[in-house]
Design a protein around this ligand. Structure first.
Ligand SMILES: Cc1cc2nc3c(=O)[nH]c(=O)nc-3n(C[C@H](O)[C@H](O)[C@H](O)COP(=O)(O)OP(=O)(O)OC[C@H]3O[C@@H](n4cnc5c(N)ncnc54)[C@H](O)[C@@H]3O)c2cc1C
Length: 563
């Protein structure tokens, strides 16, 4: 039996980040990945090698925001391992049916000038809105970059600027209460409070709903920060596609002596005397873990599918029930459409310029349309009447993704996982069939063609993936691209449940990381880094722990008071 200090289940980007920190600390690490390639939701693949050779697609993540709020890229020196981020500017383009369009640059001032072409009031309010969310992001960044229950770690992450952001949101008691009141509202409430113009509210609602909740969802106003992050720290893509991030991490992990084994589906976590001691994969092979097992797949899958019920019950009699019933999974999922194009989509009637296609392009005609794009899937309906979508033409920023003069198109369209009244039919009983997914893709492309009429004729080949197919590819439950819902009740020290929220579990030497842990899904590397810190903290001597605490208090004081 092969033996390592640590065995990690999955080799998505969070698992790789976690592995890198553990290898740097001197542990031997094995990552076991079920797919033929590592990366999970962070890959770049030739999806249609026969029909569209030379076109490289990002089947999942494309726009990277959160990773720039943390230290992973610099701390792991990923540039040395081949990673180069290309920042988008402009960052968002959204044409509106009445002929107006929202064009956001990375610069706040330039964006306000674009908005002022239609409304000087909204331009001024936009600056206020972004400024508010920039301060919220600044105040929260230290929390994202630490285990949620590690107060010292969080405190140590505050430098002078972030402390100023935090203090600016507080002030007298009524201001603080008003701040919390804002957080408890919905993004729709906030947009109504700030703006008059629909051409502006609709794209902001669409981006806020990227947390996968309708804009009207109370307590999820925080989604509105997605636009501010496109200004600061900015939105970027690895040159060569998202998979280039994974490749840099793989290069680093291998350089540090780590092992990545692909086509190894973990089926069982092995316990001995109530401690995690290894795993068994689908072909029966067992791998021993002397120091611990880390799961980058979420707690539901880990405890309900990969462990003996008796072992879980022996550690916590409530846990299986709480995981299966207390953690809610909405029915919203993504249909992904990737196309190889012979030419760029042209947004006629919107003063088309190719540079508009550098950032995220949104089809969001009204807040009501965006609302339906999220509420319909939740009750099993496909919002086909008037599709809203998020699309990217990655090859504009990075021509290496397509043969010369050609382009790639990435479309994300929200649909139900389980189609109403179709239970037990189609793929995995969800109601999805080849025919249905292609009809839906046709409708989505028809809608896009209302704005960019040349798009349909320019398609050389297309690849459409329905939610059950995404579920099959990545193993994520109900095709949930964040592993678990990103709602307020399941964030920070509630993610995935309070008793599992600090990357530890009731089973000794069994740890959790990945999108199902704080601070959640998307490309950030933060769950991976935070988990490694907890794992290493558990093994630190008391003397080292005291030294760490003093260092972090000293560095905070130094940056705040200039000591
Ligand atoms: C269509 C789509 C578009 C997205 N767009 C964006 C975007 O633009 N920007 C952004 O920031 N985020 C985006 N995301 C979300 C982002 O991709 C994920 O949240 C992120 O990749 C999660 O990373 P992870 O490492 O935590 O988990 P994963 O990437 O899910 O990695 C887990 C790994 O574990 C493997 N695995 C599962 N079960 C087993 C098993 N039993 N044994 C062994 N291995 C197993 C999986 O194959 C996978 O490789 C998108 C997601 C999707 C699906």
């Amino acid at each position: 039996m092969q033996e390592y200090d640590i065995v990690i289940i999955g080799a998505g980007h969070n698992a790789l980040v976690c592995a890198a920190y553990l290898l740097k600390a001197g542990y031997t690490v094995l990552l076991l990945e079920k797919r033929p390639l590592p990366g999970g939701g962070a890959t770049t693949e030739e999806l249609m090698p026969d029909a569209a050779p030379g076109f490289k697609f990002n089947p999942c993540a494309i726009d990277h925001l959160f990773i720039h709020l943390g230290p992973v890229v610099e701390e792991l020196n990923l540039a040395k391992y081949g990673l180069k981020y290309l920042f988008c500017d402009p960052v968002v383009f959204c044409p509106h049916p009445d002929g107006k369009y929202f064009l956001a640059h990375r610069s706040l001032e330039k964006t306000c000038a674009e908005i002022a072409r239609y409304s000087s009031r909204d331009a001024q309010k936009y600056a206020e809105f972004i400024n508010f969310w920039k301060r919220v992001v600044g105040a929260l960044t230290p929390v994202f970059n630490a285990p949620p229950k590690s107060v010292i770690d969080i405190a140590g992450n505050y430098d002078r600027a972030k402390l100023q952001d935090l203090l600016s949101l507080m002030g007298p008691p009524d201001r603080l209460l008003d701040f919390f009141r804002t957080l408890f509202t919905s993004s729709m409430d906030m947009l109504e409070e700030y703006f008059d113009e629909e051409f502006l509210k609709a794209p902001l609602a669409r981006l806020a709903a990227e947390l996968s909740t309708p804009p009207s969802q109370k307590t999820n106003a925080i989604g509105a920060m997605m636009m501010s992050m496109r200004h600061e720290p900015g939105m970027a893509r690895p040159q060569g596609g998202t998979g280039a991030l994974t490749q840099a991490l793989v290069n680093l992990v291998k350089d540090l002596g780590g092992t990545i084994a692909t086509e190894q589906t973990v089926q069982r976590v092995l316990l001995d005397d109530r401690r995690a001691v290894g795993v068994r994969v689908a072909n029966g092979q067992e791998y021993r873990a002397k120091q611990g097992v880390i799961s980058s797949i979420d707690a539901k899958r880990l405890f309900l599918q990969l462990m003996d019920a008796g072992d879980v019950d022996a550690a916590d009699r409530q846990l299986r029930d709480r995981l299966s019933r207390r953690i809610c999974m909405h029915n919203e999922a993504i249909m992904k459409i990737d196309c190889a194009l012979s030419e760029l989509p042209r947004f006629q009637g919107y003063n088309h310029r190719d540079e508009y296609l550098i950032g995220s392009v949104l089809i969001a005609d009204s807040v009501a349309q965006v609302e339906l794009a999220h509420t319909d899937p939740n009750i099993g309906r496909i919002p086909l009447e008037d599709p809203s979508m998020y699309l990217v033409v990655p090859s504009v920023l990075d021509p290496s993704l397509a043969p010369e003069g050609k382009h790639t198109l990435w479309i994300e369209y929200f649909v139900p996982y389980q189609i109403a009244k179709a239970q037990g039919t189609g793929m995995k009983g969800t109601g999805w069939t080849e025919d249905l997914k292609n009809k839906v893709a046709d409708r989505v492309l028809d809608k896009l063609a209302e704005y960019a009429p040349n798009v349909k004729d320019s398609i050389i080949a297309r690849h459409v993936e329905s939610p059950p197919e995404l579920e099959e590819r990545l193993g994520v439950l109900k095709g949930n691209y964040y592993h678990l819902d990103m709602t307020f009740d399941q964030m920070v020290f509630f993610r995935p449940l309070p008793e599992l929220a600090n990357y530890k579990t009731p089973i000794e030497r069994l740890y959790l990381t990945g999108a199902g842990t704080h601070p959640g899904g998307s490309i950030s590397g933060m769950p991976g880094r935070n988990c490694a810190r907890v794992f290493l903290g558990d093994r630190n001597s008391i003397g080292q722990a005291i030294a760490d605490v003093s260092n972090s208090i000293f560095s905070t004081a130094k940056s705040t008071f200039g000591m």
